[in-house]
Design a protein around this ligand. Sequence first.
Ligand code: SAM
Ligand code: SF4
Length: 437
Amino acid sequence: MTATYHVKTFGCQMNVYDSERIGELLETEGYAAAGIDSADVVVLNTCHIREKAAEKVYSDIGRLRARPAVPRIVIAGCVAQAEGAEIIHRAPAVDVVVGPNAYHRLPALLRAGGKAMVDTDMPAVSKFEALPPRRAISGASAFLTVQEGCDKFCTFCVVPYTRGGEVSRPSVALIAEAAALIAAGAVELTLLGQNVNAYRDGDVTLAGLIRAIAALPGLARLRYLTSHPRDMGDDLIAVHRDVAQLMPYLHLPVQSGSDRLLRAMNRAHTRDSYLRTLDKLRIARPDVALSGDFIVGFPGETDADFAATVSIVREVGYAAAYSFKYSPRPGTPAAGMADHVPGPVKDARLAELQATIAGSALAFNRASVGKRCDILLDRAGRRQGQLIGKSPWLQSVFVVSPGASIGDMITVDLIDAQPNSLEGAPVPLTDPIRAAA
Ligand code: SAM
Ligand code: SF4
């Protein structure tokens, strides 16, 4: 009988990409995909960025242990890297712990068949060279990891410890992988990196890589994330002006609107330098939509610091943004700082910031009503016949378009707006304006 596997992903898009590659590896070994309740091998691809994300893994291990036929349990990702053998002490049901830079060795670890195996090496030879070629993708949008790791050491963040230093993949390999994804049906690619705009292979920067990938025939859309404000160079900004396939959207986390806190966070940008970068970007691409990440309740955050964060959200007019309560992470400098902000204060600040962000997103979406654009359909809606697609500005657009299916790009008029989505009306090919275009 064929052995089966299931990969459950926690955290960011980079983990989504890694999970796809782990699935490909296991399929090359003869495993078939199955549900989490029946698979013989279950891989939990974990996230360590906040305490809550890390703790979820242990409740999942408990549920897997309670299954009538307990599967082989693999812990991959950043919790695996950060906690290593500790995981097996705490949860002896775990068979294998494999770090984000060592998962290409997972088939060998499974073949060895033992218990309590830990591989959290950061090997010199990149895992990417050991992975099988890309196979069929689901949908028409695919992720492509181009850069991993981080040298920035923001004082709150575990990434430099769990993912190691900044490493860029060779541009030649990336262009080949992009072409393989397009051949497998991708019309949209999102280039990923913990600091994607720090990408550099010899004299090829992210700007050069985007230009090269955009030149591949068959690619309609390109995106990239996550960027650091410090690495937002003029060459990358120019690409937003020059490359039609690059969508008018940028995720550029600022974390706080207060210079005092940005210094304490070791962010290497100020409120003003961040805003000036956005000004340049808007000159290059006037319709660009912006999103960001924010942390509330960083140690020592005062009411005035928090007010500066709320005011930068209003000033920028984000189309979307992610906000988090500061979570102390073991081994990071901020965890040992004085003046930790009490939980209820963090809760109140998060609620106020999220209401401000929702207001900003609604204003952005309302301003989109009346526009005509293409959407790439990526999932079914809840109502009969309803599909959901992404606009160029990464908004979710609900549409009923008989004959269309997931993976299609269709043209819509945006006719109504909510904080998290829009409604679109399909534009028939016979529409006089469209036919004339
Ligand atoms: N490299 C990106 C940057 O510099 O903005 C961010 C990558 S990080 C994986 C994603 C987000 O998680 C960060 O932007 C930050 O807002 C949040 N984050 C990181 N560490 C955190 C912590 N200790 N507590 C709360 N949020 C955190
Ligand atoms: Fe973490 Fe991003 Fe700072 Fe790197 S730049 S330490 S990934 S928040």
